[in-house]
Write a protein that binds this ligand. Structure first.
Ligand code: ATP
Length: 253
């Protein structure tokens, strides 16, 4: 069953056409990875899907509900969450405080000035569970600007999970990470329940082929090819697009 449908989307920046007739179908539970050279239009497509940028033409639906042409909070309401290439964290707050804010933002709370924070037990328990589940419990009292870049990116992923999304869009989740952090983030994506559908922009081919059920290649703003990982791996034209041919897209086991 299709969860996300992008149909014939066009987008230009000041006359420069960046997306041309892009269609994409992401099945519920799928791990769908979007690849393509720098400037192919991948992040722009995320912006268009989430309503961060208006699209010129086309339709985006989640679970049959049209979200294109509507404000970004509509995407959140239908269960979409995303991370960005750059972190959007509160640098001077702790890991735990950032998470508390993210959880609170998704709840219909009315905070009471005289109610001590420790009385919001469901919120605190939810934060504890997420921190333990995703290996950030030991780092909960650290101020964000004391974390490594990789830990900050991991925290941002955790904040996206706090909204209990059914569709999670990750924009280059491993960029700038050490090999150990990349491995940890890959494991995290692999271990997410299938109730969360993943659409991931990724350049690291080891990560791509470790997580993908399906891969879509974007090139010059158009869908060049969409298929199973094996199909993409063997396609000479995809190698050509990425590396000018020659090098393998992914080391054969
Ligand atoms: N705000 C903007 N105004 C004008 N042009 C833009 C803007 N944002 C992106 N572009 C251009 O649109 C094209 C697609 O950019 P986009 O960031 O979507 O590509 P990408 O595939 O995500 O690249 P990367 O892998 O480097 O992140 C590029 O030519 C880029 O220079």
């Amino acid at each position: 069953m299709s969860l996300l449908k992008v149909e014939r989307v066009h987008k230009s920046y000041n006359g420069l056409q960046v997306l041309k007739n892009v269609s994409l179908d992401v099945q519920a539970g799928e791990r769908h990875v979007l690849i393509g050279p720098n400037g192919a239009g991948k992040t722009t497509l995320f912006h268009c899907m989430t309503g961060t940028l208006p699209i010129d033409e086309g339709v985006v639906t989640v679970n049959g509900r049209q979200i294109s042409g509507l404000p970004p909070y509509t995407a959140v309401r239908v269960g979409m969450a995303r991370t960005f290439q750059k972190n959007n964290l509160f640098d001077n707050l702790t890991v735990e405080e950032n998470l508390h804010l993210a959880i609170a933002a998704c709840k219909p709370y009315r905070f009471h000035f005289f109610k001590p924070f420790h009385k919001y037990t469901d919120l605190l328990e939810e934060a504890e569970q997420l921190l333990k589940q995703w290996d950030l419990w030991e780092r909960r009292a650290c101020v964000v600007n004391q974390l490594s870049y990789g830990e900050q990116r991991l925290l941002e992923l955790l904040l996206a999970l706090a909204s209990k999304p059914r569709l999670l869009l990750l924009d280059e989740p491993t960029s700038g990470m050490s090999p150990a952090e990349t491995a940890q983030t890959t494991r995290l994506m692999q271990s997410m329940p299938r109730s969360i559908t993943l659409l991931v922009i990724e350049h690291d081919m080891d990560v791509v082929f470790s997580i993908a059920d399906r891969i879509t290649v974007l090139h010059h703003g158009e869908v060049f090819l969409s298929g199973a990982p094996e199909e993409i791996r063997r396609d000479e034209r995809v190698k050509e697009i990425y590396f000018g041919g020659g090098a393998p897209l992914y080391a054969e086991a």
